[in-house]
Design a protein around this ligand. Structure first.
Ligand code: KIV
Ligand code: ZN
Length: 520
């Protein structure tokens, strides 16, 4: 296959993905994500929107310094101030991309920008030329592209290319298009824009109608050679096109889509896990990376699978890095075996401190639980990795639940190094637990989501609890696992609260800029 058949994978998990409610990630989480993305073979990583907040600026700067293979990219509006911030954050990387965008649909130009089409054309010329003087790699996007007048789009794409854009991205910002219409848009651009061969065409689809992946693939078949996507499909509203689905669709149906990507697909599960730990859990039936994506329940299917796995499997679990669930460790397993197991599970780079904490938790779990599965161990390590940054930690919890009496929790917390205890009643045990936390560390957040999943099977399974809280428009998600659902609930709430405390510290001196951004 030639270079023409290569589809560039542009990941925007840490920019568009982070715009999902509850998906905000800490700097440490973003660095961990960037490292796995680099290894995964992602071509371009959009690491943030540097002007939007000091946190984004810091993340783009830090990620630009560590990438070995992927090209870092930052987003900017069509303004010199935005582009300068992008350049400042990216400039330590040997190669980097500035991505600048402006709205181009009649609706957005009139109501959002309050600009005439001519003013928008001028802004494109000015911003792209300015960015191109700072780097050879400039991407330009026409926001709300799929609701933009087609003749106008041809004109502005030509303008962006002649001003120096090397990638032209067509976003379906509101997830409105359908595959046949999107094919037509890309084909028209290919046929009508005279200088189109000087740039790579890119697609960026949102999932409001559940068509983001289908539309992206239609765009590729029509000639786009870059796809913008996110791991687990996270993103604004219903999300962005899911990277793992696009890559595996191209790989599995290469007979109909004869393209290549540079993605090492065996790392997809690991990347998905790292992203979901930092954001929120993946639905069980999610294609490629959902817990049930390779599970065969019906007897007739299981029978077919035993005879020939291709009867019901169009790709192997191993091809996306899913290992067969193995019943491995028990209470007699030692530290060495535990370390080996972590290596097998893809946790090769965890620190000795994390291994020590996770091993301690594993011993406690192995005492309580008959079977310790790979997923249990992964949940322990994921928990241990973030604990050392927390300033509020659970020391002990006792819960009195059942019929009759009001439910009561007794809790001891370590709050910034001070050990504090309380006992509270509540409308159910979880309510009592959350009240204790509020008494020991007074705060005012709204609980937006409380969700419980079983990590593995059986009544002794670990429960993973996810909690999402909101404070002044900012949201954080905490997750925790334990065989005791109530302990997991307390830890999940504390995790979300600790993340909120970390986030508060980063509160932007240019906060007003972020607010303005919402109405760009
Ligand atoms: O959806 C969109 O239009 C975007 C652009 C900023 C590329 O995310
Ligand atoms: Zn988008």
């Amino acid at each position: 296959m030639s270079d023409k058949d290569k589809v560039i994978i542009f990941d925007t998990t840490m920019r568009d993905g982070e715009q999902s409610p509850g998906a905000s990630m800490s700097l440490e989480e973003k660095i961990q994500i960037a490292r796995i993305f680099d290894e995964l073979g992602i071509d371009v990583i959009e690491a943030g929107f540097p002007i939007a907040s000091p946190g984004d600026f810091e993340a783009v700067t830090a990620i630009s310094k560590i990438l070995k293979n992927s090209i870092p990219c930052g987003l900017s509006r069509a303004s010199k101030k935005d582009i300068d911030a992008c350049h400042e954050a990216l400039k330590s990387a040997p190669r980097f991309r500035i991505h600048t965008f402006i709205s181009t649909s009649p609706l957005h130009m009139k109501f959002k920008l309050n600009k005439s089409p001519e003013q928008v054309v001028d802004a494109i010329k000015e911003s792209v030329t300015y960015a191109r003087n700072l780097t050879d790699d400039v991407e330009w996007s026409c926001e709300d592209g799929t609701r933009t007048d087609m003749d106008f789009m041809c004109k502005i794409v030509e303008t962006a290319i002649s001003s120096g854009a090397t990638t032209i991205n067509i976003p379906d910002t509101v997830g409105y298009t359908i595959p046949s219409e999107f094919t037509k848009i890309i084909t028209t651009l290919k046929n009508k824009v005279p200088n189109i061969e000087k740039a790579i065409l890119s697609v960026h689809c949102h999932n409001d109608l559940g068509l983001a992946v289908a539309n992206s693939l239609a765009g590729v078949s029509a000639g786009a050679r870059q796809v913008e996507c996110t791991i687990n499909g996270i993103g604004e509203r219903a999300g962005n096109a899911a990277l793992e689905e696009i890559v595996m669709a191209i790989r599995t149906r290469n007979d109909l889509m004869p393209y290549i990507t540079g993605i090492k697909t065996e790392l997809l599960s690991k990347a998905s896990k790292i992203v979901s730990n930092a954001t929120f859990p993946v639905q069980f039936n999610k294609a490629i990376v959902g817990k049930n994506a390779f599970a065969h329940e019906a007897g007739i299917h299981q029978d077919g699978m035993l005879k020939n796995r291709e009867t019901y499997e169009i790709m192997t679990p191993e091809s996306v890095g899913v290992k067969k669930t193995s019943l491995v460790m028990g209470k007699h397993s030692g530290r060495h075996a535990f370390k080996e197991k972590l290596n097998d599970l893809g946790y090769a780079e965890v620190t000795d401190d994390v291994i020590q904490t996770a091993f301690g938790k594993f011993k406690i779990l192995a005492d309580k639980k008959k079977h310790v599965y790979d997923d249990d161990i992964a949940a322990l390590v994921d928990d241990s990795m973030i604990l050392d940054k927390y300033v509020i930690n659970l020391k002990s919890l006792k819960v009195f639940a059942g019929t009759g009496e009001p439910q009561k929790a007794e809790m001891t917390l370590d709050v910034y190094g001070e050990v504090k205890s309380t006992s509270e009643t509540g409308d159910g045990p979880v309510d009592a637990i959350f009240k204790c936390i509020k008494v020991l560390y007074p705060h005012d957040v709204k609980l937006q989501l409380y969700q419980v999943h079983a990590v593995t099977e059986g009544t002794d399974a670990q429960a993973t609890v996810s909690v999402r809280i909101e404070e002044e428009g900012k949201t954080t998600v905490g997750q925790a696992a334990d065989t005791d659902t109530l302990v997991a609930s307390a830890n999940a709430y504390l995790s979300a609260l600790n993340k909120m405390i970390i986030k508060r510290k980063k509160t932007a001196p240019i906060e007003h800029e972020t607010q303005k951004m919402k109405g760009i």
